[in-house]
Design a protein around this ligand. Structure first.
Ligand code: FAD
Ligand code: SF4
Length: 510
């Protein structure tokens, strides 16, 4: 009898102990399924990226001598959902045991657990051997604490894993160099040419189209840019260290119409599909800094490592601490629809047009575009977090619920009432003007608050503070904002709320 081992599409971890030596008594199972393509409207590059990476992973396992049953999306024998798929193999093959790796998404966790509870053969769920932390490590760390401060979690992680440490002290003398990392980018230093795999995915694209899968966004099938194997992910990481890391921190919050990626790594898809591990990324970056301290300063290195060792593990911990209730949180009671231009980029607001059209074209936007352009606007128009979640979960190639949800509901929309962030990330046009060149060619004036040329973000910002006074005014970190609001002339405030209402009711007119 054989053991059947399930490999999910985001479990492409070649270094997992399962694959140490090929065994004749183990059969691996992989499948492209409608269950996964249809739970939300995904970007076409995300679907292609996952399927291409899964196919590469299957070939690799086969070439290493492992036995794999792989079901393509077009295979008529493919039942297109997990329980039927596993059941089918159990009926057809001599299987005496079933094993799977813990999924990272709650819906899959429940689905597999329910399925296994009805099995008559022994089964076991094992670790995916990808993350630094266990699912409940953050919960244990913050036990009895009211606030889940990312910074204290991050310092514990640095100490525990000996990352960027000199004995018991942080390398360079400081734990956090964020204050040095807030520059706008004005054309220098030059951004190196973009790393590309240039893979031709035309055949796969045709197969997906023929299967009738609904998707969003566009794709150039002759030049597919996402990494789809561990080798490509490593090449991307080397490229990042050599060319982008030297400026990563300094321009990490910058935005520019001429540069989609600036100095960001674009490694999230490879990480989230587990083609590369966070430890490998962090260790490579740290050792690059230690070997080249003049070229890559500690501020750049620490800024990058914090994102992975800190934020990424922290978000995963929050997800498992708070699910299932987290996906229903709506602390600010926001119920407005998300403007339709999120799906088309057809808006006169330059920052939103750029951030959204880039997302539709590339399935990518960097953190500040997600947080301070699209996320900020969605929050200011008080959009329903359900709709906001669906947009973020669909549009980005790296979007998987365990990381998308705490970032969207928590950090960006403050729908969790302050579990992830201590205050909502909102801004008027001022911040966008400072950190980007979006306002330069915009039909709106970032400095105007009222009148036809006034930037809509400005009225929305004051209106939001006014509308949410009951729940936000007592937040100590909002004190300054409310003091400024209180100084506003009542007539001006009235005019601002009227303009904001126009934007909220008729976003298509702006
Ligand atoms: P870089 O800027 O080069 O950063 C390096 C890595 O750090 C990233 O690849 C990522 O793995 C990690 N990282 C950075 N910030 C975060 C963060 N806040 N949370 C978790 N990991 C982080 N990230 C996702 O991986 N999937 C998502 O679905 C996702 N949705 C988001 C939604 C919103 C509203 C916001 C504000 C952020 C979201 N993020 C998400 C976090 C972040 O924007 C992306 O990880 C990052 O833009 C990916 O691009 P990069 O690889 O070039 O990142
Ligand atoms: Fe965006 Fe306002 Fe600047 Fe235009 S003026 S780009 S709408 S912030």
């Amino acid at each position: 009898m054989k053991t059947l081992r399930l490999i999910l599409g985001d479990q492409l971890n070649r270094d997992h102990s399962w694959f140490e030596t090929p065994r004749e008594d183990v059969l691996y199972l992989m499948a492209e399924m409608r269950q996964e393509t249809d739970y939300v409207l995904h970007h076409i590059q995300k679907v292609v990226g996952f399927f291409a990476s899964m196919r590469n992973f299957e070939s690799e396992l086969q070439s290493l001598g492992h036995e794999v049953r792989y079901f393509r999306i077009s295979d008529p024998r493919n039942p297109q959902n997990l329980p039927d798929l596993i059941q089918r193999i159990l009926e057809k093959e001599p299987i005496g045991r079933f094993e799977y790796q813990f999924p990272d998404e709650y819906r899959l966790d429940i689905q597999l657990r329910n399925f296994c509870n009805s099995l008559e053969i022994p089964w076991q769920a094992v670790d995916s051997e990808h993350f630094y932390t266990e699912r409940d490590e953050l919960t244990t760390f913050f036990k009895g604490k009211k606030q889940l401060l990312m910074e204290s979690f991050y310092r514990m992680m640095r100490r525990k894993h000996g990352v960027l440490m000199e004995g018991s002290q942080p390398l360079g003398g400081k734990w956090n160099y964020d204050r040095q990392n807030r520059n706008a980018w004005k054309g220098t230093p030059a951004v190196p040419s973009v790393f590309t795999t240039g893979r031709d995915v035309s055949d796969l694209l045709e197969e997906i189209r023929k299967a009738g899968i609904r998707t969003l966004g566009s794709i150039d099938p002759k030049k597919f840019d996402w990494t789809t194997s561990a080798e490509e992910a490593r090449a991307l990481l080397s490229y990042f260290c050599e060319h982008l890391l030297p400026f990563f921190g300094a321009f990490q919050d910058a935005m520019h119409t001429g540069e989609k990626y600036l100095f960001h790594s674009r490694i999230s898809f490879a990480l989230n599909s587990k083609m590369i591990s966070p430890a490998e990324v962090v260790d490579t970056v740290e050792s690059y800094h230690r070997k080249n301290p003049e070229k890559v300063h500690i501020s750049e290195t620490e800024g990058f490592i914090r994102q992975i060792l800190g934020w990424r593990e922290y978000m995963r911990g929050v997800y498992w601490r708070e699910m299932p209730g987290y996906s229903e949180k709506n602390y600010l009671k926001n119920l407005n629809p998300l403007p339709k231009f999120f799906w088309t980029a057809e808006t006169g607001m330059n920052c939103l047009r750029h951030a959204i059209s880039q997302s539709l074209e590339t399935a990518y936007a960097h953190h500040i575009q997600r947080l301070m352009i699209t996320g900020n606007f969605a929050l200011l128009v008080q959009a329903n977090p359900e709709e906001v979640d669906r947009w973020y979960l669909g549009i980005y190639a790296d979007a998987l619920e365990w990381v998308q949800l705490p970032n969207t509901r928590g950090m960006s929309q403050f729908a969790d009432g302050g579990i992830v962030g201590t205050k909502p990330y909102i801004s008027s046009a001022n911040y966008i003007h400072k950190m980007s060149n979006y306002c330069k060619d915009c039909q709106y004036d970032p400095k105007e608050r009222l009148g036809p040329k006034a930037c809509p973000f400005n009225a929305l910002y004051w209106n939001f503070l006014h509308a949410k006074r009951d729940v936000l005014a007592d937040n100590p970190r909002m004190g300054m904002m409310y003091r400024l609001l209180d100084k506003k002339d009542p007539e001006e405030l009235e005019a601002l709320t009227q303009r904001a209402a126009q934007v909220i009711e008729h976003p298509e007119q702006f």
